[in-house]
Design a protein around this ligand. Structure first.
Ligand SMILES: C[S@@+](CC[C@H](N)C(=O)[O-])C[C@H]1O[C@@H](n2cnc3c(N)ncnc32)[C@H](O)[C@@H]1O
Length: 305
């Protein structure tokens, strides 16, 4: 049974990896649909995601909110709410604000809904590219660690702007996959060092993950008072195993890649990473830095309440 489960996970990961290659050069609509299918596989296990990346979203969310500076009483849309960290942080920091979180993953929506009984917070299935809300129905619209996963980010920008009132903030944050998100940088550098052909899966070139790319998108989308900043948090691990084990959960691009490896390849990668991550120190607690870029911009027009 366990063997079958492992085999199925590995087969699924291989299909995802192979489809990423096959789809290069396909018409855009085929590519977008395939991207959506890949997202569905990458973001399917809520508890697993929490162990892998969600615990760091919980840490990043309050820092992001400090930057956006939403006001108590605002109605906020959390786009790509995942397991709910940002929406819950908004509820914790305000007394009167209402938050709606939308995410295409039913599993994440169910998990997030169980995390809070606060009637001010609601989660529902939805897609940033086609928001199921009337024009100007939120005071602000936030997307934490999501923009790089949306197949048509420009369509999502149009939608986020449409549902936000004039004068309201539309804001987002994306990890600095190229450099400052050291947890993932160490992982992909080790994987590529062992097999240079893995470069094509490396998250280094994730959309909007370099300094200035988010603010360029915000300016291009017609927002005003656009401002970009960096948010740096500490990722604390109790041991190397605490760092490594969540990569085995098949969540996100790195998890899908690990699931596609044979046992021998996985062991090699683990050994290489242990060397790189511990860098000669004995195993035990350690901290890695993680940098994300954050942007905010106001919807043009006269401010409404
Ligand atoms: C890295 S997770 C971030 C989740 C959450 N915001 C957090 O910070 O923990 C990316 C999320 O984007 C969601 N996502 C992917 N495509 C999306 C789309 N078209 N519209 C809205 N969310 C999307 C995924 O389902 C996933 O929950």
């Amino acid at each position: 049974m366990i063997l079958n489960h492992r085999l199925m996970t590995r087969l699924g990961a291989l299909v995802v990896a192979a489809s990423a290659l096959l789809l290069r050069g396909m018409p855009p609509e085929v590519n977008l649909r395939a991207q959506e299918t890949r997202q569905a596989q990458m973001f399917s296990g809520a508890e697993k995601y929490e162990r892998f990346m969600g615990r760091w979203s919980q840490r990043l969310a309050p820092r992001f909110l400090q930057f956006v500076a939403i006001k108590d009483g605002e109605r906020v849309l959390d786009v790509g709410s995942g397991t709910g960290s940002l929406a819950l942080a908004i509820a914790a920091q305000t007394r009167r604000s209402e938050v709606v979180g939308i995410d295409p993953s039913q599993a994440y929506v169910d998990f997030a809904s169980k995390r809070s009984s606060d009637p001010r917070v609601k989660f529902q299935v939805g897609d940033a590219q086609n928001l199921d809300f009337p024009d100007a129905s939120f005071n602000s619209c936030l997307a934490l660690l999501v923009m790089n996963f949306i197949p048509d980010a420009r369509k999502a920008m149009t939608e986020m702007r449409r549902v936000t009132k004039p004068g309201g903030w539309v804001a987002a944050s994306v990890w600095d996959y190229n450099e400052g998100m050291t947890k993932l940088r160490l992982f992909w550098d080790a994987a590529v060092a062992l097999d240079p052909s893995v470069k094509r899966f490396d998250e280094r070139d994730m959309p909007f993950s370099r300094r200035g790319q988010l603010s360029a998108l915000w300016n291009e989308s017609g927002f005003k008072d656009v401002e970009e900043t960096e948010l740096v948090i500490d990722l604390e691990f109790v041991s190397f195993e605490d760092y490594w084990a969540p990569f085995l959960e098949s969540q996100g691009p790195a998890g899908v890649y690990v699931a596609s490896l044979t046992k021998g390849q996985r062991e090699k990668l683990k050994d290489r990473l242990r060397n790189d991550v511990l860098a000669g120190r004995p195993d035990g607690p350690f901290t890695l830095k993680a940098r994300a870029w954050a942007v905010r911009g106001r919807v043009p027009g006269n401010r409404l309440n």
